[in-house]
Design a protein around this ligand. Structure first.
Ligand SMILES: N[C@@H](CCC(=O)N[C@@H](CS)C(=O)NCC(=O)O)C(=O)O
Length: 208
C-alpha cells in the first residue's frame, strides 16, 4: 500500500486528491510541519528537502508533488494524456507552470499578506501583483475550456488546491470567471472533497 506523508496544505492535498481520484489504497502519515516533524531523520531519509508531500510505494520513495503526480499517472495510466503525445507535453508545460509559478509565488503571498502583514510593503505589493498576473494567465487559459489541458488531468489536481486559498491571497474569484467556474466544478467532485480533508478531517473546501 502507498504511504503518504502529508499535512493540510495546498501541496499536501494535491496528492490525497489524486489518490482519491484514482481509487488507490493509501496510508496517511501526518507530518506536522508546525511542530518541525519534517526535520525528523526518518522523514528526511524520504524527503531530504524537508517538505511534504512525499510517498513511499514499494521500492519507490518520492518527494516533490509534481514528480509524485507524474508517478501516479504513469503507474495507473490515468489522469494524463498518452505519454509522449503532443497533449502530454502540453500537460507537462502547465505542470511546470504550476510548480514554478502558481504555487511558489502564491506561497509568498501567503507569507507576506496573510501571515506577516505590515512587515514589507514592497514584498506585499510585488507578490500580490504577481498573484493577479497568474490568475489572469489561468483565467485566459480556461476560456472555453473545462480543464487546463484537453482532458481532466494531474494539472488540474496540481493547480486547484492553490486556488482554494483565494481568501488567503485576497483574490476575488468573481474577477476571474473562468477560474471560478473551473474551481467550483472540481470542488463538486467527491474525490476532491475526500482528498481535501486529509489529514485534517475538518478541512472543508472554501466556496466563494
Ligand atoms: N515544491 C514542493 C513544495 C513543498 C512545500 O513547500 N511543502 C511545504 C508545505 S506546503 C512544507 O513542507 N514546508 C515545511 C518546511 O518548509 O519546513 C512540492 O510541490 O512538493
Amino acid at each position: 500500500m502507498i504511504r503518504l506523508y502529508t499535512w493540510s496544505t495546498p501541496n499536501g492535498v494535491k496528492i490525497s486528491i489524486a489518490l482519491e481520484e484514482l481509487g488507490l489504497d493509501y496510508e496517511v502519515i501526518p507530518i506536522d510541519i508546525g511542530k518541525d516533524e519534517q526535520f525528523a531523520p526518518e522523514f528526511l531519509a524520504i524527503s531530504p528537502n524537508n517538505k511534504i508531500p512525499a510517498i513511499v510505494d514499494g521500492d519507490a520513495a518520492l518527494f516533490e508533488s509534481g514528480a509524485i503526480l507524474l508517478y501516479l499517472a504513469h503507474k495507473t495510466g490515468r489522469l494524463a494524456p498518452t505519454e509522449g503525445s503532443a497533449g502530454y507535453f502540453q500537460m507537462m508545460q502547465w505542470l511546470m507552470w504550476q510548480m514554478a509559478h502558481f504555487g511558489p509565488m502564491l506561497g509568498q503571498v501567503h507569507h507576506f499578506l496573510k501571515f506577516n502583514p505590515g512587515k514589507s510593503e514592497y514584498a506585499e505589493h510585488r507578490y500580490y501583483q504577481e498573484a493577479l498576473r497568474l490568475y489572469r494567465v489561468l483565467n485566459d487559459r480556461l476560456e472555453g475550456r473545462d480543464y487546463i489541458v484537453d482532458e481532466f488531468s494531474i494539472v488540474d489536481i496540481a493547480t486547484w488546491p492553490w486556488a482554494s486559498r483565494f481568501e488567503f491571497q485576497q483574490i476575488d474569484l468573481d474577477d476571474f470567471p473562468n477560474v471560478e467556474r473551473w474551481y467550483l466544478a472540481l470542488a463538486d467532485r467527491p474525490a476532491f472533497q475526500r482528498g481535501y480533508a486529509v489529514p485534517n478531517e475538518n478541512w472543508r473546501i472554501p466556496r466563494p
